[in-house]
Design a protein around this ligand. Structure first.
Ligand code: GLA
Ligand code: GLA
Length: 703
C-alpha cells in the first residue's frame, strides 16, 4: 500500500485478503443465463455519470440533464450518500427531492441506479447509537465525521439498514426510471474489533468447527500453549503487520470479515429482491481490493460493477494493472460482462492530487479499455466536481463551474461512438485461452506472513498477466470454484494455501491435457494455514515432478536464473532449489553455493504438463520466455511485436472477433496484427500493420 494513498483511504487500493467457508470447495454454478446489461438498459449501452443532485440547486438539474443528454448519457447513479436527506429523522422519510430529480433526468432519457446509502449513516444515528462506529484493534472507538464507519454486526446499525433499505425499495419498486440498486458503496474496511464483533467471530468459529477440540487441532493451538477451553476465550487478532497471533486464527478472521461483508450485503439484497423483484442489484467493487472474496460476495448480485481509476497507475502507459483488475472483476462473476460504476472522469485526490492530469484523449482510451475487457456500461465518477467536503479536488467530468471543458468533449465523443458500436458489442464477450488462478486464501495468508519483505501475492499474478497481455493474449481470472477445463494454460502462482478439492481440480485439469504453471511457495499450507509435513511442493510434488529440500529467501536479491542460450535473469524474493524426480530442467541458478541447481522445470503428467518456477524475476523477458514455452504446443497465439504502451484486447461474438487497439502513449505506433481488419468506427479497411495515433483507439472486426 502506498502511504500517500492510505491517507486517502478509500479502499481503491488493495491490501489485505479473502476467502471463507462459504466459498471454499464450492463449484461454479451451472451456467445460468448471463445478465444482459444492454437489454436491461432498454437496448442501450449504459453510458452514465455519478450524480449528486442533493448538492446542487434544483434550477441546475434541468441544465445538467440537457448537457448529459447531449453527451450521450442515458444513466446515472444517485443517492448513495444521501441517507441524512432521505431519512432526516429516525423513521421519517423524504424522497420528494429525489422523485423530482428523477423526473427531470427521466424526461431526458436518463435512467437511474439508486445507491442504498448505508456507507455514510447520518449524524443522528451515531448520536443515538454510538456503538455503531468502528472500534479499532486497540479498542479505540472512531468519532463521527467520515464514511464507512460502522460495525457490520452492530444490531442497531442493522436495524437502521433494514429500515432505510425497505423504505427506499417500497418507494421506488415500481418507478420506471429506476432500473436497479447499488448496495452500499465500496464495501470494505475498516474492520471493527468491538466486543460484538468478537462474539460474532466466536460464533462463526463454533459454526465452522463445531467442537472446540477440532479447532484446537486444526489451528495448532498447542504452539505457545494457546489451547482454548471455552469458545469465549478466542481472541480477535491484533491487526499489526507481522501479527503474532496464530496464522490459523488470522486467516479465519480474514474469512470471517469477508463472510460478514457478504452477509451484510445479503441482508440488503434480500429486502430488495422481495420488495422490488423487477429491479437489478449490483455493488460497486474495487478490482484487486483484497479483503473481500468477491467471488463469494457476488453470488447474490445480478452483475458486477466496479470503480476504475487508472490514474492510480504510476505511469499511464502501464495499462496492465487496470487490465488485471478488470479481469479479476469479470472472473468474480463467472466471466459475465460487467459495468464500470465509477470510471475516471478527471484527476483525483483528497488532500493532494494523486496523479498528474492525463491528456483528455486518454480518458476515452481508458473508457474503451473497460469495454475491451468486458464492460457493457461505463459510468463516470462524477458528473461535476464537488464544491464541498473531502472531495473538492476529485474531478468530475465538469469542474464546479459547469464549463464545457475538454473532458466533456471527450466524454461526448465516446458516448456517440459507443452508441454506434452497440449493435456489434451487444452479446459479445471476452474469450480467453489462459486463466490466472486467484486464491483469496493464499493472498490473505501471504499478506499476514509474506515470508520475505516486499513479497506481494498480487505481483505474482501481475508478472504472468503482463507477459500474456504484452503478447496480446486475453486472460481470464479464475477463482478456486471456477471451471478450468476450457483453458489451454492455467497459471496458479504462489498457491500457498490449498485444500484437497483445489488440488484434485488442478490435478484433473493437468491429467486431461492442461498446462499448469506453478511457482515458489505453492502447496506449503493446508486450508487451516498449517504447514504440510510432506516434502514441498507438498500436494503438488508428484504433479510437478520435483522435490524441494532447500530454499533460500532472497533478502539481498543476489541470485540469478540462467536459461537456455546462456540468458541471465536477476531474481528476487525466493529461490526454491529443485530436485527433479520426473521433471526436466529448463533453467538453473547462476550464483552462490547452489549455482547450477535447477530453478525452473517442466513435467509431463498424463496428457498435460506442469511448469514449476522456483523464483521470481523483475525481468519481463523472463516471463515472456516462460509463456512462450508454455504455449508452444497449444493454440494460444503470441504476438511478440506489440509496441510497449499499446494494448490489444478482444471480445468475441458468434466466433467473430472485435479487436481493440489502445495506444496509451503520446506517440503514434504501428501494431502488426495477424490479418487485416475492418475499422468499425470509420468503416475503412485497416492494413495488417495498424497505424495508431497517440492516445487513440481503434475498434476492428473481421469483415
Ligand atoms: C527466542 C525464544 C524462542 C523462539 C526464538 C525464535 O529465543 O525464546 O521461544 O521464539 O526466539 O523466535
Ligand atoms: C470511490 C468512492 C467514491 C469516491 C471516489 C473518489 O470510488 O466510491 O464515492 O469517493 O472513490 O475518491
Amino acid at each position: 500500500m502506498k502511504p500517500r494513498w492510505t491517507k486517502i483511504a478509500c479502499g481503491l487500493m488493495s491490501v489485505y485478503l479473502l476467502a471463507g467457508p462459504m466459498g471454499r470447495g464450492q463449484q461454479a454454478p451451472a451456467s445460468a443465463k448471463p445478465f444482459d446489461l444492454i437489454d436491461w438498459n432498454g437496448g442501450k449501452f449504459i453510458y452514465g455519470a455519478d450524480y449528486y443532485p442533493e448538492a446542487w440547486t434544483e434550477s441546475q438539474w434541468e441544465k445538467d440533464a440537457i448537457m448529459m443528454q447531449e453527451a450521450g448519457i442515458n444513466f446515472v447513479r444517485m443517492g448513495e450518500f444521501a441517507w441524512a436527506k432521505m431519512e432526516p429523522e429516525e423513521g421519517h422519510f423524504d424522497f420528494a427531492w429525489l422523485d423530482r430529480a428523477l423526473k427531470v433526468l427521466n424526461a431526458h432519457g436518463i435512467r437511474a441506479v439508486l445507491g442504498t446509502p448505508t456507507a455514510s449513516p447520518p449524524a443522528w444515528l451515531y448520536a443515538k447509537y454510538p456503538d455503531i462506529a468502528v472500534m479499532d484493534a486497540k479498542g479505540v472507538r472512531y468519532r463521527y465525521g467520515s464514511r464507512r464507519n460502522y460495525c457490520l454486526h452492530n444490531p442497531d446499525f442493522r436495524a437502521a439498514t433494514v429500515r432505510i433499505v425497505t423504505a427506499m425499495a417500497e418507494h421506488y419498486k415500481d418507478h420506471p426510471g429506476v432500473i436497479g440498486w447499488q448496495i452500499d458503496n465500496e464495501l470494505s474496511d475498516p474492520r471493527c474489533y468491538d466486543p460484538i464483533t468478537q462474539a460474532a467471530f466466536q460464533a462463526w468459529c463454533q459454526r465452522k468447527y463445531r467442537a472446540l477440540d477440532t479447532l484446537n487441532v486444526d489451528w495448532g493451538t498447542i504452539f505457545w500453549g494457546h489451547t482454548y477451553s471455552d469458545w469465549r476465550q478466542i481472541p480477535l487478532p491484533w491487526n499489526t503487520l507481522y501479527d503474532t497471533s496464530n496464522p490459523s486464527l488470522v486467516l479465519d478472521f480474514d474469512r470471517f470479515h469477508s463472510d460478514s461483508t457478504r452477509e451484510y450485503l445479503d441482508l440488503q439484497a434480500a429486502i430488495l429482491r422481495k420488495i422490488a423483484p423487477r429491479q437489478a442489484i449490483t455493488h460497486n467493487e474495487m478490482g484487486l481490493y483484497s479483503e473481500i472474496d468477491y467471488y463469494n460476495l457476488n453470488r447474490s448480485l445480478d452483475f458486477v460493477a466496479w470503480d476504475n481509476y487508472p490514474i492510480l497507475q504510476k505511469e499511464y502507459t502501464q495499462y496492465s494493472g487496470q487490465g488485471l483488475a478488470h479481469d479479476v472483476m469479470r472472473g468474480s462473476k463467472d466471466n459475465q460482462n460487467f459495468m464500470i460504476m465509477e470510471q475516471e472522469g478527471g484527476v483525483g485526490g483528497w488532500a493532494e492530487f494523486i496523479g498528474h492530469q492525463a491528456p483528455p484523449a486518454l480518458y476515452r482510451v481508458w473508457a474503451y479499455q473497460s469495454v475491451a475487457h468486458g464492460a457493457d456500461g461505463v459510468c463516470y465518477f462524477r458528473w461535476r466536481t464537488s464544491r464541498y467536503g473531502t472531495e473538492q479536488y476529485w474531478q468530475g467530468i465538469l469542474d464546479q463551474d459547469s464549463y464545457r471543458n475538454s473532458r466533456y468533449g471527450i466524454v461526448a465523443q465516446t458516448g456517440k461512438e459507443l452508441q454506434q458500436l452497440t449493435p456489434l458489442l451487444h452479446g459479445s464477450k471476452v474469450v480467453s485461452p489462459v486463466a490466472l488462478l486467484n486464491s483469496p486464501d493464499s493472498r490473505w495468508a501471504l499478506q499476514n506472513q509474506p515470508g520475505v519483505e516486499g513479497f506481494q501475492y498480487d505481483q505474482q499474478l501481475q508478472d504472468f498477466y503482463d507477459a500474456f497481455r504484452r503478447a496480446g493474449v486475453n486472460v481470464d481470472v479464475a477463482f478456486p470454484p471456477s471451471d478450468l477445463s476450457a483453458y489451454h494454460v492455467v497459471v496458479a502462482p504462489a498457491l500457498y494455501v490449498t485444500d484437497q478439492g483445489l488440488v484434485d481440480k488442478l490435478t484433473a485439469y493437468v491429467k486431461n491435457g492442461g498446462t499448469l504453471i506453478l511457482t515458489f511457495r505453492s502447496g506449503v499450507k493446508d486450508e487451516h494455514n498449517v504447514v504440510t509435513d510432506r516434502t514441498l511442493p507438498g500436494p503438488f510434488a508428484d504433479l510437478a515432478g520435483v522435490a524441494i529440500h532447500e530454499f533460500d529467501p532472497q533478502i539481498n536479491e543476489e541470485q540469478e536464473v540462467v536459461g537456455p542460450g546462456d540468458t541471465h535473469f536477476p531474481t528476487r524474493y525466493w529461490s526454491d532449489i529443485l530436485t527433479p524426480t520426473t521433471a526436466k530442467v529448463l533453467a538453473t541458478y547462476g550464483k552462490g553455493y547452489y549455482a547450477g541447481k535447477p530453478a525452473v522445470t517442466v513435467n509431463q503428467a498424463a496428457k498435460g504438463r506442469v511448469y514449476y518456477v522456483g523464483t521470481e524475476s523483475k525481468s519481463p523477458v523472463f516471463y515472456d520466455r516462460l509463456i512462450s514455452l508454455a504455449t508452444q504446443k497449444s493454440l494460444v497465439a503470441i504476438n511478440s511485436r506489440i509496441p510497449t504502451g499499446v494494448e490489444v484486447a478482444a471480445r468475441e461474438k458468434e466466433g467473430r472477433k472485435i479487436i481493440f487497439v489502445l495506444n496509451y502513449t503520446g506517440t503514434p505506433q504501428t501494431v502488426p496484427l495477424e490479418q487485416a481488419y475492418l475499422n468499425v468506427l470509420t468503416g475503412n479497411a485497416e492494413p495488417m500493420d495498424v497505424q495508431i495515433p497517440a492516445y487513440e483507439v481503434k475498434v476492428l472486426t473481421e469483415r
